[in-house]
Design a protein around this ligand. Structure first.
Ligand SMILES: [Zn+2]
Length: 266
């Protein structure tokens, strides 16, 4: 029996996730567009900036971002590789704590401010409860990262988004789980007066039923659940101890294994 990990939830082979930084008031309009088309995103916020122009108010955060994920972007947006370790701990943990108080769930994701990171910073993140962190390096590709703490996006929204999406749509590599990952700042749509570009993209993406629309942490949790499956040596006994269902490829067929379920193959 041959088992492969190449399905997202629902037996889909492709996923789309969006990642937007800084938490300015233009997130309101971006979220309105995401919600209209069922697109999911992660919003990386600096809680030290809340309640002053042009940033969002802490009182609106829970409601505004409720269909999406809120993640850490540090307390005050410094270059995190250029500050003492004591300050780093505060920048990450205080931001996490502030955000968790507002949204009411564990905040476990991050995007590096200015895309600035190094090995020491990256390796310190798990000790602050951070499970993934996004860079600003576009790969132009559709692969899942080897290391979620160094998660390179596919592209910025200004990098031929529509053309890239068409390439993604035409990619039919059945051996891989493909991911389209877009990042940016909502204020850029305001500055460039091109809200229609992101609306057009969301409309086009939403019409594709073969794509799973997910936040960053939903993807991390799903991949971890796949990796957490327990197999017998001959792969005929499989247990899913995670809290979410997973889909795997068994001899070319997609098989769903529910949370807590053990399946026995003949
Ligand atoms: Zn930023």
């Amino acid at each position: 029996m041959k088992v492969k990990f190449n399905y997202y939830p629902g037996g889909k082979r492709k996923a789309l996730t969006m990642s937007y930084d800084d938490g300015q008031i233009f997130d309101r309009k971006l979220i309105e567009i995401f919600n209209k088309y069922g697109i999911k995103g992660t919003f990386n916020l600096n809680s030290g900036n809340f309640d002053r122009e042009p940033f969002i108010n802490s009182s609106e955060i829970k409601d505004l971002y409720k269909n999406h994920e809120v993640a850490v972007h540090s307390l005050n947006h410094p270059y995190l590789t250029l500050i003492p370790l004591e300050d780093l701990a505060e920048q990450i943990l205080e931001d996490r704590k502030n955000l968790e108080t507002l949204v009411g769930y564990q905040v476990r994701g991050m995007a590096y401010p200015f895309g600035d990171y190094n090995d020491i910073l990256m390796k310190s993140l798990p000790s602050f409860g951070i499970e993934y962190s996004r860079t600003t390096i576009s790969t132009r590709g559709f692969k899942l990262p080897n290391n979620f703490l160094e998660w390179h996006p596919t592209c910025h929204h200004n990098q031929d988004l529509i053309e890239k999406w068409k390439e993604f749509k035409n990619s039919n590599d059945k051996r891989q789980m493909l991911l389209f990952y877009v990042w940016g700042h909502s204020y850029e749509f305001n500055n460039h007066n091109n809200w229609n570009a992101i609306e057009e993209f969301c409309k086009m993406a939403s019409s594709d039923e073969s794509v799973w629309f997910a936040t960053n942490i939903e993807i991390v949790d799903y991949i971890n659940a796949l990796k957490n499956l327990k197999f017998s040596v001959d792969r005929k006994i499989i247990t899913n101890p995670s809290s979410i269902p997973v889909w795997i490829d068994v001899d070319g067929e997609s098989v769903k294994i529910n949370s807590g379920e053990t399946v026995y193959f003949k």
